[in-house]
Design a protein. Structure first.
Length: 212
């Protein structure tokens, strides 16, 4: 596949004059590919091609080039830089989504602690320790995040299958990526659920039992 997505096996080679006269209707080439003998000749060939094109285009020494000469290394470097920027952009979007989702989990758990104050006080009054309550709410937070993560994976798989079947594209799934997604969901549950769980574990049993 080329960078533009065309399959290089499905091409027809014709003389450029024939292509100009019978296919494109142009009188000049838009792109010229040049092959050199070895990597050491790349820079020299690029300079000579640049000088030749400036001469053919009638450019004065003070005028800028009206064309571009690129080597495969420059094309690869540009593609790598674009990929890096897209990776950081997607990572930033995912990070913001995780943060917003984590804040939502924290709010849900805080509401849960507030609504179950008497239950927490009763557990503490009959012998449960603070770490026991802490572990209980941490587990609830992790389970809540895991259910969301698994639901997101299933939704993504279903959407991928539908799009692939509609567009005729092959669909590939990464088990490793799914495992990482579930692990990140669990980590979000632990991180954002710790404060509500800690707050629940610090309740005074007597004050908690008095709450309506």
């Amino acid at each position: 596949m080329s960078l533009m997505g065309s399959v290089q096996d499905d091409i027809v080679l014709v003389p450029y004059t024939t292509a100009f006269q019978r296919i494109s209707g142009r009188s000049h080439a838009m792109v010229i590919n040049v092959q050199v003998f070895d990597e050491q000749s790349m820079e020299i060939a690029q300079l000579k091609i640049t000088d030749l094109l400036r001469e053919r285009h009638g450019l004065a020494p003070y005028q800028e080039d009206d064309f571009t000469v690129q080597t495969q290394e420059e094309v690869a470097a540009a593609a790598a830089e674009t990929s890096r920027i897209m990776t950081w952009l997607l990572a930033s979007i995912a990070g913001v989504s995780l943060f917003v989702g984590g804040i939502g989990i924290m709010n849900v758990m805080l509401v849960s602690v507030t609504e179950r104050t008497r239950e927490i006080g009763l557990r503490l009054a009959v012998g449960a320790r603070g770490p026991d309550v802490l572990l209980q709410f941490l587990i609830e937070s992790v389970v809540l995040c895991l259910l969301g993560g698994i639901g997101g994976i299933l939704l993504g798989l279903a959407a991928t299958e539908i799009i692939a079947s509609y567009a005729g594209w092959p669909a590939l799934f990464s088990t490793e990526a799914m495992f990482i997604a579930v692990s990140v969901s669990a980590a979000v549950g632990v991180f954002f659920g710790f404060y509500p769980a800690w707050k629940a574990s610090r309740l005074d049993p007597i004050e908690a039992l008095r709450r309506e």
